[in-house]
Design a protein around this ligand. Structure first.
Ligand code: SF4
Length: 216
């Protein structure tokens, strides 16, 4: 990477201040009322929009409101409801596997550590961090598609591997800022620093951004 850790630390902090002002209401847009629901909604959000997930979860959670009841559902019952989210057979397996594991090993309670969360079927570091950061107040760098792309454009990482990106960002972003960084950068990627034609002309961090292919 071309930039020293100190430079990246400083840039990350300045960018975060500006993006917090720009997106004061940045938050998870998935519908959920408790850690179990956010866990399930995040599994469903893989390769799918939040809007589409929000279209199926109210019915899913009304039928199967906790790990015990979801673990007793049949594959067909789950598949029928979550089909619009895509990859529904694999996601059904994950939902049933995660629910069963919560019942068998965690007394139906979503665990509060990364180590335990990633033992649930269908749960990787990103999903675990979504739950840790948003339900349990833990510092969480959530490397979704937006955080990955935008952090690279910011010159804060040059890795393409989500775990490495997370660890590189952890090195330069203080604990208290990690979940806020994830939230505002996701919003920035969603609304301004979009994948194909980033809206650099209306970007509040343009002067701090070293991306060479700006769209000005
Ligand atoms: S200047 Fe452009 S590339 Fe850089 S963060 Fe802003 S929108 Fe993204």
């Amino acid at each position: 990477m071309n930039f020293s850790k100190e430079e990246r630390r400083k840039r990350a902090s300045e960018i975060l201040s500006l993006l917090k002002e720009r997106y004061p209401d940045a938050r998870v847009l998935l519908y959920y009322r408790n850690p179990f629901e956010l866990l399930i909604a995040t599994i469903l959000a893989a390769q799918c929009t939040d809007e589409r997930v929000n279209g199926v979860t109210p019915l899913l959670f009304s039928r199967f409101p906790d790990p015990d009841r979801m673990s007793k559902a049949t594959s067909e019952e789950i598949e029928k409801i979550i089909k619009p989210t895509g990859f529904f057979k694999a996601k059904t397996k994950s939902l049933l596997g995660a629910s069963k594991t919560l019942v068998d090993r965690f007394k139906c309670v979503v665990p509060e550590t990364m180590e335990e969360l990633v033992t649930l079927p269908g749960v990787g570091r990103k999903t675990a961090n979504v739950v840790l950061g948003n339900c349990f107040g833990r510092p969480a760098i959530i490397v979704d598609t937006h955080v990955k792309r935008v952090s690279m454009r910011f010159g804060l990482t040059d890795s393409r591997d989500p775990k490495r990106i997370e660890l590189e960002l952890v090195e330069i972003i203080p604990k208290k800022d990690r979940t806020p960084y994830s939230r505002v950068v996701t919003f920035h990627g969603r609304y301004t620093c979009v994948a194909r034609k980033p809206r650099c002309g209306e970007c509040v961090v343009e002067t701090l951004c070293p991306f060479e292919e700006k769209n000005l």
